[in-house]
Design a protein around this ligand. Structure first.
Ligand code: BYC
Ligand code: FE
Ligand code: FE
Length: 474
């Protein structure tokens, strides 16, 4: 294992050439991946030259090499952080034992399920974002979209490598399945809820990369604690790329907020819509939507799956090694809210069963930091409005609160009230029509759509005016 990435048909730092059978199997999967990419990847831009970051080494700095690339020629490959000698399992029931380089028989199903679930989200997001290039507000934003897309494609490669290398025939079948399911498809949907939601305009795209990619950060962090060393090492490398996805989301929403405030200031009634902007209450609705579907991605509050994964040493807490003292998570409890007989009650749950909620807590705090920055922009513009995270009980499809309806403040509401008021809390048909009406493509260098502010700086030291995408298709 080296930090260097080879220059073969499938770039890798796992000595693929030394395992001919595996290499052949992956070389057979590769054309299927490319077919999928051409069919389900960014539509209308496959022949263009895009200023992309490509990994050429997994060493710090080495993974950020910038150049013009046609997306189908992107160097998708298999990059793992180099192996650290003497790593041991540091939580759960096997503390102190050496990490596994192969899959222990009794953990085979559990690990396969986690890897398939993780892997499934990657192509799903590319499918969700497939048409967005056509309405990009600037070349800068278009390039960022494509950067996110190719990296999600590479994250799929990361999981497919593990399936092929460690899970035999079952793994190869799962790898095929990852190219067969489709986001939003009635008959063969993607596995997790948020990845079947339409993401068909840029407000949803930015909210998705802010809130849903951030779930990715926390799930990858939990998986990077893994006792199965190859999964840990691949997740650690994926996390380096994830930071950019969340940057795209947080700054994207931030730039809309900034523009909206400017437009409000120009209007006697602070009406941003009157000037072709996105008003803050509408932004709040999209925030409510994407935050709540992303909360669902952490699973139920009380989960025996989470307890089992922790015990086995395959899913730890965020920064397990440094933030916690007791790495067995036995003999302690975690307070949380649950629903009992139609009422919200506080309950103490054995720690191991509460780990989905523990991870969700870290996520919620991280989200709030992003909102604080957006609210600072609003405050500094002299506007009285605050974006807020809705209650965790709001609009849930997974967990204790899935069976009931709550308003954004967390109050239980009747089904009838929900029906009549949900359009105030979540995007309604009219909001969708309005937002889509703003989505006019801007393809000239240095220009930007009316509803969003330009970024403070460009990518890799380039100016905002840089030609981030060279169009060859019209
Ligand atoms: N939708 O015990 P429970 C990313 C299922 S994002 C549908 O409460 P568990 C990315 C669950 O499978 C990160 N089904 O929860 C972001 C279970 O089914 P079974 C993706 C759901 O199992 C942007 C049952 O309900 N990675 O990378 O502890 C762009 C009871 O579940 C959902 C991962 O998620 C749902 N939302 O935890 C691109 C990591 N939630 O077993 C990429 C891998 C739960 O009863 N996955 N269910 O049939 C996991 O760690 C866990 O499976 C989950 C759920 C966190 C998803
Ligand atoms: Fe990803
Ligand atoms: Fe991502």
């Amino acid at each position: 294992m080296t930090a260097h990435i080879s220059d073969e048909r499938i770039p890798n730092n796992v000595d693929l050439a030394g395992d001919k059978r595996l290499q052949r199997a992956l070389e057979q999967w590769q054309p299927a991946f490319l077919d999928w990419w051409k069919q389900m990847g960014p539509e209308g831009f496959q022949g263009d030259d895009v200023y992309l970051r490509t990994a050429i080494s997994v060493e710090p700095g080495g993974w950020a090499h910038f150049d013009y690339v046609k997306m189908p020629d992107y160097r998708w490959g298999i990059f793992l952080e180099p192996k650290a000698d003497g790593r041991t399992i540091h939580f759960g029931d096997h503390i102190g034992q050496p990490v596994w380089d192969e899959v222990p028989g009794e953990l085979r199903n559990l690990l396969r399920r986690l890897i398939v679930t993780q892997g499934d989200t990657e192509p799903a997001s590319v499918e969700q974002q497939r048409l967005l290039g056509q309405t990009a507000p600037s070349l800068y934003d278009m390039r960022n979209l494509f950067q996110v897309n190719v990296e999600e494609g590479r994250h799929l490669w990361a999981m497919v490598y593990l399936l092929h290398r460690y899970f035999g025939r079952d793994g190869r079948e799962e790898a095929e399945g990852l190219l067969e399911r489709r986001s939003g498809d009635q008959d063969r949907p993607r596995i997790l809820g948020a990845f079947n939601e339409p993401t068909n305009h840029w407000l949803s795209f930015f909210m998705f990369t802010m809130f849903t990619d951030r779930d990715g950060k926390y799930q990858l962090s939990a998986l990077s604690e893994n006792g199965f060393d190859p999964l840990s090492r691949t997740c650690r490398f994926m996390l380096t790329e994830e930071a950019h996805h969340m940057f795209v989301g947080e700054t994207g929403v931030g730039r809309i907020v900034e523009r909206t405030c400017q437009l409000m200031k120009q209007d006697a009634n602070e009406d941003a819509r009157a000037h072709g902007g996105i008003d803050l209450p509408t932004m709040q609705k999209y925030l409510n939507l994407w935050y709540s579907v992303s909360l669902d991605l952490f699973g139920g509050e009380v989960s025996s799956n989470a307890a089992e994964a922790f015990a086995a040493g395959v899913k730890g807490r965020h920064k397990e090694a440094t933030r916690f003292e007791d790495h067995t998570a036995l003999g302690s409890v975690y307070p949380m809210e649950e629903l009992e007989g139609g009422k919200v009650v506080k309950r103490e749950v054995p720690m191991r069963n509460a780990l989905n909620e523990v991870l969700r807590d870290d996520y919620v705090e991280d989200c709030q930091r992003g909102l604080d920055r957006w609210n600072k922009t609003i405050r500094e513009a002299g506007i009285r409005f605050e974006l807020t995270l809705p209650s965790r009980r709001f609009h849930r499809a997974i967990g204790s609160f899935a069976p009931v309806k709550c308003d954004p403040a967390g109050n239980l509401v009747s089904e009838a009230d929900w029906q009549s008021r949900q359009g105030e809390w979540l995007p309604n048909q009219e909001d969708e029509v309005y937002i889509k009406s703003l989505m006019v493509p801007v393809k000239e260098q240095g220009k930007i759509a009316q509803w969003i502010a330009p970024p403070r700086k460009g990518i890799n030291g380039q100016a905002f005016e840089f030609e981030y995408v060279r169009r060859t298709e019209s």
